[in-house]
Design a protein around this ligand. Structure first.
Ligand SMILES: [Zn+2]
Length: 165
């Protein structure tokens, strides 16, 4: 089957989509990895309209991500962000290889942090540090909540982190 036909058949019709968007309002933006094992709308059982999602391989933070967040805050009234990288992230493993060179200073700082942290805690540290960077980038706005979490694709669970610890 062609990919277009496959997705054409799976495309929900208006009525089903309408049902899932009833009474929903934007609650948070999830910033996460492009990994197919991690689907924020499914993980959080969210209807259409509840979550904004920004994804790239590794959940890297850079100017593009910050610009999107600024737009969501200013244009759509976003007031909560969840930074959610994940365990067993192949994109991050690739990103910290010495051959990679990223333009964004935030990305470089984050990866440096990841490299310097002992393996067992590395992804938690990465998530906490990333959430702080997001908070910094949104510091001009009032009352924006930024949370950090780590998704475990094997346990299929979210570990919530307290960024102050
Ligand atoms: Zn990943």
């Amino acid at each position: 089957m062609k990919i277009k036909d496959y997705f054409h058949d799976k495309n929900l019709a208006f009525q089903s989509l309408q049902k899932t968007s009833q009474n929903s309002e934007l609650k948070a933006c999830i910033v996460t990895c492009a990994d197919p094992r991690l689907s924020p709308e499914i993980i959080f059982n969210s209807p259409i309209g509840e979550l904004a999602v920004i994804r790239n391989a590794g959940a890297l933070l850079n100017e593009n991500v910050f610009e999107s967040l600024h737009f969501l805050v200013e244009g759509l009234g976003l007031n909560a962000v969840i930074y959610l990288p994940h365990k067993d992230c192949k994109a991050l493993e690739n990103a910290i290889s010495p051959q990679q060179n990223f333009e964004s200073k935030t990305t470089r700082n984050l990866l440096k942090r990841l490299k310097e942290t002992p393996c067992s805690d590395a992804i938690e540290e990465y998530a906490k540090f990333g959430a702080k960077e997001i908070k910094k980038s949104l510091s001009q706005f009032q009352n924006i909540e930024v949370l950090a979490g780590v998704y475990d694709p094997h346990a299929k669970s979210v570990l919530w982190l307290d960024e102050e610890t």
